[in-house]
Design a protein around this ligand. Structure first.
Ligand code: PGA
Length: 254
């Protein structure tokens, strides 16, 4: 079986300004000093990216931008460009988080353009997808994931997809304390990997990391990460605390 290095990512959402970012980095880094074989990534708010990139430079922690424009520059007030995020020191860009889909008009098309611009600017893109509770209850899980994957990944090369990641985050599990059961997560991840196998050369399904997100905590991370198609986690609330984030990273180490 192909080895996929686990990826533990923290989505800080609208938490931690530059000062708190610096303090947090100083607290987190010693807790990761003996971590091996796990990739660690944080997505701070844009205004704290410089502080994060400074604090985490040459460390095990990579930094990404939570949402980057499809445009490189221009008259687009209130957005951030992937190229500028890279200049600051970011290596990743997240696209398609459900809060962006909900609050920032993140349609599948805009998410796809954001991703291709991010890759084109030298960042690695992470595509977040997931169904609502109504969609799941209506038996639409696979149809929703298929649409989000088809549109979100459109035009990306197999190599780009493999270098980035996909995050499966069921909406009903985000910030609710209700985690998908490990079996539900595994089933969705298995479906996503099957989609990749169907549409791309075999190495894409074998090597692309699929992260689970939605109320991941130190208490449930082990069970989730134990499943063969769960290659890491995208963590909101529990990533804001250095102890719990580091603990999950160590759990991923096995
Ligand atoms: P949560 O958030 O861990 O607080 O549920 C996950 C996310 O939104 O990425």
């Amino acid at each position: 079986m192909t080895h996929r290095t686990p990826l533990i990512a923290g989505n800080w959402k609208l938490h931690k300004g530059p000062q708190e970012t610096t303090t947090f980095a100083a607290e987190l880094l010693p807790k990761l000093s003996n971590l091996e074989g796990v990739d660690v990534l944080v997505f701070p708010p844009a205004i704290s990216l410089q502080a994060a990139c400074d604090a985490f430079r040459s460390t095990v922690v990579q930094v990404g931008c939570q949402w980057t424009s499809a445009h490189t520059r221009g008259a687009y007030t209130g957005t951030n460009s992937a190229e500028m995020a890279r200049e600051v020191g970011c290596s990743w860009a997240l696209a398609g988080h459900s809060e962006v889909r909900r609050d920032l008009n993140g349609t599948d098309e805009r998410i796809n353009h954001s991703l291709s611009t991010a890759f084109g600017s030298g960042l690695l893109g992470m595509l977040a997808i997931g169904e609502s509770l109504e969609e799941r209850n209506a038996g639409q899980l696979e149809a929703v994931l298929t649409t989000q994957l088809t549109k979100g990944l459109a035009g990306l090369t197999p190599d780009q997809i493999v270098s980035g990641a996909i995050a499966y985050e069921p909406l009903w599990a985000i910030g609710t304390g209700v985690t998908a059961t490990p079996e539900q997560a595994q089933a969705a991840h298995h479906f996503i990997r099957g989609f990749l196998a169907q549409h791309y050369p075999p190495y894409v399904a074998e090597q692309t990391r699929i992260l689970y997100g939605g109320s991941v905590k130190p208490t449930n991370a082990k069970e989730l990460l134990a499943h063969p198609d769960v290659d890491g986690a995208l963590i909101g609330g529990a990533a804001l605390n250095a102890d719990s984030f580091a603990t999950i990273a160590h759990i991923a180490q096995g």
